[in-house]
Write a protein that binds this ligand. Structure first.
Ligand SMILES: Nc1nc2c(c(=O)[nH]1)N(C=O)[C@@H](CNc1ccc(C(=O)N[C@@H](CCC(=O)O)C(=O)O)cc1)CN2
Ligand SMILES: Nc1ncnc2c1ncn2[C@@H]1O[C@H](COP(=O)(O)OP(=O)(O)OP(=O)(O)O)[C@@H](O)[C@H]1O
Length: 189
């Protein structure tokens, strides 16, 4: 198994071991940091992910973004373009289903698709990050592909503190992040 895959397994296990209480407290603290970031950057439209596999929960953040009338979108796995995502408007009344990975996503309705260049920021999930802002994801290359195009908006990371490492093995296609929010820090790179 290569180093990146070994690291993924190890870091995914770490975040899954956090208790429900730790998860809840982490989600609340990170949400406050994300709201501050959105105010500072005058964000009106934001993409987040819907958490699974011990990821830092976005639930509190999404509730608060809705209260502030910021448009929230979440990724849906593209039905036929392999390893691509589309972003769909997400509201308290969205009809939901599970995708092939067991992650919640809104039912894909074309008129709810938001082109990525209409988003002010994309909050990416990650498995690990390092002191330079490098990001290791689940291994599908979904976010790397998305962020490689010229019209992609700023992407920031959202993760537990335990997902931080000194340094990550970097691949040529990896897109480093300018900002990563954890429950206890807002890192700028
Ligand atoms: N919450 C969330 N949503 C997301 C992502 C994410 O990382 N987090 N993704 C970010 O890219 C995309 C999904 N990417 C994924 C890539 C691999 C696996 C996964 O569980 N792989 C299994 C093997 C599964 C299989 O082959 O059927 C594994 O590694 O154990 C899950 C999601 C889109 N949505
Ligand atoms: N911009 C791109 N264009 C085409 N293929 C890409 C691009 N970026 C990554 N890939 C491919 O995607 C695969 C997975 O990449 P990688 O292991 O870096 O994913 P990841 O960052 O962990 O996952 P994700 O971005 O989904 O969270 C690699 O085999 C790589 O070749």
């Amino acid at each position: 198994m290569d180093t990146r895959q070994a690291l993924r397994n190890q870091m995914r296990q770490q975040r899954r071991q956090l208790s429900q209480l730790q998860q809840q407290q982490a989600a609340d603290k990170a949400a406050q940091r994300l709201i501050n970031y959105c105010h500072e950057q005058s964000i009106k439209s934001i993409a987040l992910y819907l958490s699974f596999d011990g990821e830092l929960s976005t639930k509190t953040a999404i509730q608060r973004l809705w209260q502030q009338h910021i448009n929230v979108c979440v990724p849906v796995i593209h039905p036929f373009s392999k390893h691509h995502l589309v972003f769909i408007e997400y509201t308290p009344t969205s009809a939901m289903q599970l995708n092939k990975f067991g992650i919640e996503e809104p039912v894909l309705e074309c008129h709810k698709i938001v082109p990525k260049n209409e988003l002010d920021v994309i909050v990416t999930p990650l498995v690990a990050f390092d002191r330079q802002g490098n990001r290791l994801g689940m291994g599908g290359g979904f976010y790397d592909r998305l962020l490689a195009s010229d019209d992609a908006p700023t992407a920031i990371g959202y993760a537990h503190d335990v997902q931080r490492l000194e340094s990550l093995p970097v691949a040529s296609w990896d897109m480093p992040l300018p900002c990563i929010i954890t429950p206890s820090h807002t890192y700028r790179f």
